[in-house]
Design a protein around this ligand. Structure first.
Ligand code: ZZB
Length: 266
């Protein structure tokens, strides 16, 4: 799978991470990025948060001078093979420039900057049980307008904020339309979640079906409602939006040759 790996810079750490970072030797002026892998760069305007698996282990790796990334070790290893990241090629996974490792739940509540997003004030790291540790980077950027999994998960987080140990406000960012489709209007994911009577992230079969429908409709019939290519068909501009993100340094190409092809909800 050829993904677009996006760089979401940390603005403010969760309390747990602030502690870990303080006791590590990361420079004060270093940049740290969460790096989600996406197949839909054209939806990045609609990012409202970023998901990690609460029980998945993530590493903070040194990419280059004063630049660090948060991904799974498996993803960092893949990135090493794809060249340009680590100065010295690691002989094994144990050789990767790891600063520290911890579980996803420790990152929840971290404030990050999401490139292209309407939410220029920043978005939060939130937990998603369906995140797969063996696909992409293990970090998933969330676009509830166009991803049924993201929308269903967010609604659940809002409903049970206390249970999930989050502040409700973190999950309540406004959902703006990004893509217009003839069948589902300008908020494809919420429309599909309603139509297929999806009540929770546990409705994995309906969510897999909704995802398929959203992918097809968005790509073949969608029209951009925002951004540089407003008014143009998604199929004509998807690659241009990806290229622009890479050009600006906000993203890089990332292949996952052995990614498990499983839905994030199953
Ligand atoms: C943003 C986005 C916006 C995505 C959208 C989808 C959609 P797939 O389709 O199953 O092959 N993803 C990436 N890594 C993981 C992971 N480790 N665990 C769970 N989910 C993951 O997977 C590709 C999509 O699954 C990626 O693209 C990412 O979510 C998520 F509007 O990024 B996407 C209709 C889907 N819409």
């Amino acid at each position: 799978q050829e993904y677009t790996a996006l760089k979401l810079q940390v603005k403010e750490w969760s309390p747990k991470l602030a502690e870990l970072v303080k006791t590590s030797n990361i420079e004060d002026d270093a940049k740290v990025y969460f790096v989600p892998a996406t197949l839909r760069p054209e939806t990045m305007y609609g990012q409202t948060n970023c998901f990690v698996g609460p029980k998945v282990t993530y590493g903070l790796f040194k990419l280059k001078e004063k630049e660090y990334i948060v991904v799974t070790k498996r993803a960092a290893w893949n990135m090493a093979f794809q060249g340009h990241f680590f100065s010295e090629f690691p002989k094994s996974q144990d050789d990767l420039p790891l600063v520290f490792e911890t579980v996803g739940s420790d990152f929840v509540g971290t404030l990050i900057n999401a490139p292209l997003s309407f939410h220029t004030e920043g978005v939060y790291i939130l937990p998603m049980d369906g995140v797969s540790a063996t696909k992409g980077t293990g970090v998933v950027t969330s676009v509830p307008s166009d991803s049924p999994d993201d929308y269903a998960t967010l609604m659940d987080l809002i409903k049970k904020a206390e249970f999930y140990g989050i502040k409700k406000e973190w999950a309540e960012k406004e959902i703006h339309p990004v893509i217009e489709t003839p069948t589902y209007g300008n908020l494809t994911a919420p429309a599909l979640v309603k139509q297929l009577k999806i009540n929770s992230p546990k409705d994995v079969n309906q969510l897999a079906q909704a995802k398929e429908l959203a992918y097809m409709e968005g790509f073949y019939k969608g029209t951009m409602l925002v951004g540089e290519f407003k008014g143009e068909p998604v199929s004509a501009v998807k690659d241009k939006i990806r290229a622009a993100l890479i050009e600006s340094g906000d993203a890089f190409p990332f292949a996952d040759p052995m990614g498990k092809v499983v839905s994030r909800s199953g």
